[in-house]
Design a protein around this ligand. Structure first.
Ligand code: ATP
Length: 711
């Protein structure tokens, strides 16, 4: 049997994606193409699959928003996100703003007191020997200094409280949202980027909230106070100071525009570093066994270098701004003071007023540097917020139904539930059609083994049943024609009765009369039904109770063995957990672990063997007791006793439910009632194993080759 390498033309660009911000500076994803991204190139070399022309909406090669780490962000999404984070703390925000307002008033009173001291208190002392005004000035100065410190302290506490809550909420949102997003998204976005979003990007926002916003408020308030006071002291000097803000405003605008671009690049660059880091550490075993360390070092160095450059660009932008703004500010101060001195000399201005104005002018332009710092953290946070908002705006490709439906009660006389694929076709977003349109019925309680060459589409079929993906919309031709498309040779062609759906009613099982997906406004495509209910109409918990997929990887989470088994049913007690392990034949090895069921399996179950991991995941599935179990059998060759134990456990876990086993070992087929042979996305043979073995088809060939290899 040959493997059909499929793929297809890169799909049309998604209009939604097209609207997304394009970042000319963003580097190409250093990870190289993902599995899906590799498909187009495969398509070039492989045979034209049935879906070569099928398009998935991601744009031409090299134009993938995922590659550039810039997901489309709806207009104003960053602002709305920040607003939604701050809104629950409205009162605290107002309180903090008032504290800052009062604090600034206390700070800015200083030069006014100096003016009063020079123009009134000193003459009073000299002329009438009156110490009163001077003492009042000193006391006033002291009160202002103490008040300013006190209010600043209160403000910092209030702001910190708001910020911590906002950041907590934002991290939680990112985590919850990422968990809800579909498998396809995760395949392409990668966990490294998610880590980057919830660490460095959230950190950028923290800096803005902790330091930047305080700076900004302080700067705005002081500028307003000072300008108003200057105009009140002397309209001429105030007007001149106001005028100097025109070139400064232009400078700020230019800096903002340039630095946003730089900061976007910086956030992308650090994400690339984290992605590479996470990928290497997650795959440390293959990295070491294939001696990838040196190549990885080089790649990492490059990414690190890119990050360094992005950081350098940001610093240069800042330096440029600071130098230019100081130039403008110093020129303005010099010009205004010279003009003021001329007016004092000619008797048009009091000396005290000029002294106060000079002090105020210094204070007016001082925060311009701090404004640069603020703009820095603002731009950094804006770039990060944009990316977080893009992530949060992403809708799951496998959405929860608005009006979920219940599954009919399970028939006590029937093991499992019936599964029907009706006119289903499927193409990954990033590749050509993998499964051409087909229909298939798996009666309740049947154990079906799916065999076929690698890449034949076995796992894809299973993932549709587990609803990791939804069937793709019908191809225009089939829907236009409005008739069932004769696709792969299905059971009817093989001499088995072809269940023309709805089959459940024919079998005397309750037939739902609910609206179909098209009636609910979704694109009409094929459907996968569980006891007559479209999987798209089941809420997540009903779906996960109904269908469980045990993957090859047998992933164990950090935590104890008992906790890992209880994932199947979190409310299960210790007895039920142990019972499940005993039925599977895992009890003995678990009891032999240092802390028995309470042994921490560490991340990925490093402490227990591959076969034992598999047994734990079977116990988990047994405890979950789904109506339909999908088993992606492990390809790894376990040692013989281990394999037998796994085989026995598999038989236990399959019993009493509808089961689909992606069989990599033909010995597994012995437990199946029915075998589906897949090739190039099509079901090319379908029947009981004995009949297929006795025939002359592909399965018979495969089976005899396998038997020969055993002897
Ligand atoms: N996430 C994905 N994005 C794009 N293409 C994919 C994706 N996953 C699988 N494919 C492609 O779909 C086709 C069928 O893959 P599938 O994993 O279903 O095959 P399989 O029969 O289960 O193979 P194996 O026995 O090796 O697990 C292959 O050509 C594969 O490259």
């Amino acid at each position: 049997m040959t493997t059909t390498v499929r793929g297809g033309a890169r799909p049309e660009e998604d209009p939604e994606e097209r609207e997304g911000p394009k970042d000319p500076q963003a580097p190409k994803d250093p990870q190289g193409p993902s599995k899906g991204d590799q498909d187009p190139s495969k398509g070039d070399t492989g045979s034209a699959g049935p879906g070569r022309a099928a398009a998935s909406p991601e744009g031409p090669p090299g134009d993938d928003a995922f590659d550039k780490d810039v997901l489309p962000t709806p207009k104003g999404a960053s602002r709305r996100l920040l607003g939604s984070l701050l809104r629950p703390h409205r009162r605290r925000v107002t309180g903090a703003a008032v504290l800052l307002l009062v604090q600034q008033a206390a700070v800015q009173a200083g030069p006014l007191l100096v003016a009063y001291a020079i123009d009134s208190a000193l003459p009073a002392l000299r002329g009438e020997r009156d110490y009163g005004p001077l003492i009042a000035v000193a006391v006033g100065y002291l009160v202002c200094a103490v008040a300013s410190g006190g209010f600043q302290h209160a403000f910092i506490l209030a702001a910190a409280r708001i910020n911590q809550r906002v950041l907590l909420e934002l991290r939680g949102r990112i985590y919850r949202h990422a968990q809800a997003l579909d498998v396809d998204f995760h395949d392409r976005y990668t966990s490294g980027r998610l880590i980057s979003r919830s660490t460095t990007d959230v950190e950028a926002l923290r800096e803005l909230l902790d330091e930047g916003l305080q700076e900004l408020l302080a700067v705005i308030l002081s500028v307003v106070y000072i300008l108003v006071t200057l105009v009140w002291l002397d309209p001429g000097l105030g007007g001149a100071a106001l005028l100097s803000f025109v070139p400064l405003a232009l400078l700020v605008r230019n800096f903002r525009r340039r630095s946003l671009r730089v900061y976007r690049g910086k956030s992308t660059a650090i994400a690339a570093v984290i992605v590479k880091f996470a990928e290497t550490m997650n795959g440390i075993r293959p990295v070491q066994s294939f001696r990838r360390e040196r190549a990885n070092d080089t790649a990492f160095e490059q990414l690190n270098g890119r990050h360094l450059k992005a950081n350098g660009d940001a610093i240069l932008e800042m330096a440029r701004y600071v130098v230019l703004s100081r130039l403008v500010a110093n020129t303005a101060v010099a010009a205004i003071v010279v003009w003021g001195a001329y007016r004092v000399a000619s008797g048009g201005l009091a000396l005290g007023v000029l002294a106060a104005a000079a002090l105020y002018l210094r204070r007016l332009y001082d925060p311009i540097d701090r404004l640069g710092m603020f703009l820095n953290s603002w731009q950094s946070a804006a770039a990060s917020l944009e990316k977080i908002a893009g992530l949060l705006a992403r809708r799951p490709a496998v959405p929860e139904p608005e009006r979920p439906r219940e599954l009919p009660p399970r028939d006590p006389g029937l093991p499992g539930r019936e599964v029907v694929f009706e006119r289903v076709r499927f193409a990954y977003r990033t590749g050509g059609e993998v499964l051409p349109e087909f229909s298939l019925t798996l009666p309740a309680g049947q154990t079906v083994a799916v065999v076929g060459a690698t890449g034949a589409g076995k796992s894809t079929l299973a993932k549709l049943l587990a609803r990791f993906y939804d069937p793709s919309p019908s191809s225009p031709t089939s829907s236009e024609q409005g008739r069932p498309q004769p696709s792969s040779p299905t059971s009817s062609e093989q001499g088995r009765p072809q269940p023309s759906s709805p089959t459940s009613s024919e079998q005397g099982r309750p037939q739902p009369s609910s609206p179909t997906s098209s009636e609910q406004g979704r694109p009409q495509g094929g459907t996968v039904r569980l006891d007559g209910v479209d999987l798209r109409e089941l809420d997540v918990s009903a779906l996960r109770r109904g269908v469980v997929m045990v993957t090859q990887e047998a992933f164990l989470f950090s935590g104890t063995v008992a906790e890992n088994i209880a994932l199947g049913r979190p409310d299960a007690g210790r007895e039920e957990i142990e019972q499940a392990a005993k039925s599977i034949g895992a009890h003995d090895f678990i009891a032999g672990l240092p802390d028995g069921y309470d042994t921490d399996v560490r991340k990925r179950g490093g402490r227990i063997s591959a076969g034992q991991r598999q047994l734990v995941s079977f116990a988990r599935a047994l405890l979950a007791d789904p109506s339909v179990l999908i088993l992606d059998e492990a390809t790894s060759s376990l040692d013989i006793p281990g394999e037998r134990a796994v085989q026995r456990a598999m038989e236990t876990v399959l019993r009493g439910r509808t089961a689909v086993v992606i069989a990599h070992r033909l010995s597994t087929v012995a437990v199946a009632d029915r075998v589906l042979v897949m090739d190039g996305g099509r079901i090319v043979e379908d029947g009981p194993p004995d009949r297929l073995i006795a025939g002359t088809g592909r399965f018979a060939e495969l089976h005899s080759a396998w038997r020969d290899s055993l002897t």
